[in-house]
Design a protein around this ligand. Structure first.
Ligand SMILES: Nc1ncnc2c1ncn2[C@@H]1O[C@H](COP(=O)(O)OP(=O)(O)OP(=O)(O)O)[C@@H](O)[C@H]1O
Ligand SMILES: [Mg+2]
Length: 311
């Protein structure tokens, strides 16, 4: 079976500075991979090489088995990408824009008509199909950008930080579209610097920094391998300095901070057993625990520790 995206020993050198450094990565058929890294990690550079907007210094990138350097046209035929949010003509509607872009790509009028309604539905923009794009929010324009990327029915979608620069509502809307893409069984390669976003929509994750791959695998595996938990605890008692002092002495407790008059959060070393023991220990101190929950950003701790190690 031909894997949809295979990156081999990819390196991009900008006059002595390696933005991408011997990167190897394979994206499985039908998977949604989060390409995760902080600012300057090399995400956009990698994506620009994949989409033939930039040439690699060495190494190769295969899309559906075809080398993007040797034969970009064939390699990219089955790929839809949103790299920089495209500028749309403000006076055109989504329906007109898609017709025009479809024509540019050589699609038949018939094809355009049938695909257009479908892609507008995927990006949840059907009800805006005949409104001028000039009036749209950034999030709506981003959804139109995704619509145009999938118009020609690619099997692979490449997205560079699709929620970046959006307000919280725009982010939620675009993530809803990402979930739709996932349901449609596309292979998606999406860069992000947000762990929660990757946790929410991706099956697999590849962590990069300084152009190098730190770790790759399933999101679930990565989360299971994290032995640091972030916990949020609410109590009946007011949490003063004396309480914080006692709590900080429980084994494995780190980064303890009050988060309200009767609540605190902390990170805890260890897995489920330590977490269970912590609850017991808090109660043994005399605290009446009202709620005790993981706040879901434990991956962040792993991420930060891996980035530190890679420096
Ligand atoms: N044309 C260029 N010339 C020189 N250096 C470049 C060029 N393009 C990118 N870089 C550098 O390469 C590194 C990687 O940049 P890149 O844009 O790929 O990062 P990124 O992961 O997309 O970051 P961000 O989250 O900020 O978008 C950065 O240090 C950047 O300054
Ligand atoms: Mg970038």
């Amino acid at each position: 079976m031909v894997e949809p995206i295979v990156i081999q020993n990819l390196t991009k050198d900008f006059s002595g500075f390696k933005a991408v450094d011997n990167l190897n990565l394979t994206v499985r058929q039908g998977s949604f991979l989060g390409f995760l890294g902080p600012n300057g990690a090399g995400k956009t550079t990698t994506i620009k090489i994949l989409t033939n907007m930039l040439s690699a210094t060495s190494g190769s990138a295969l899309l559906n088995g075809v080398d993007v350097v040797n034969d970009p046209k064939t390699a990219l035929a089955g790929v839809g990408a949103v790299v920089e949010t495209p500028e749309f003509y403000p006076y055109l509607t989504p329906r007109e824009t898609l017709a025009y872009l479809g024509e540019l790509r050589g699609m038949s009028a018939e094809d355009i008509r049938s695909r257009r309604a479908e892609v507008l539905d995927v990006v949840k923009m059907s009800e805006w199909a005949d409104k001028r794009i000039g009036k749209f929010s950034k999030g709506m324009k981003q959804r139109i950008a995704i619509a145009q990327a999938i118009l020609h029915e690619p099997s692979v979608i490449i997205l560079d930080e699709p929620t970046s620069g959006l307000d919280p509502r725009g982010m939620v809307e675009v993530r809803g579209v990402l979930q739709n893409l996932k349901k449609k069984q596309y292979t998606v390669f999406m860069s992000s610097h947000l762990l929660n976003e990757v946790q929410e929509v991706c099956d697999d994750v590849a962590l990069i920094d300084h152009g190098r791959l730190l770790k790759s695998g399933s999101v679930a595996e990565l989360i299971n391998s994290v032995n640091i938990r972030r916990l949020e605890v609410r109590t009946l008692q007011q949490i003063d300095g004396a309480w914080l002092n006692k709590i900080s002495q429980i084994e494995g407790v780190q980064e303890l901070r009050a988060s309200g008059p009767a609540s605190f959060h902390l990170t805890l070393d260890g897995g489920d057993e330590n977490q269970a023991r912590l609850l017991h220990d808090l109660q043994a101190l005399g605290l009446t625990v009202v709620s005790f929950k993981e706040s879901g950003v434990a991956l962040e701790s792993l991420y930060l520790s891996m980035i530190k190690d890679s420096k």
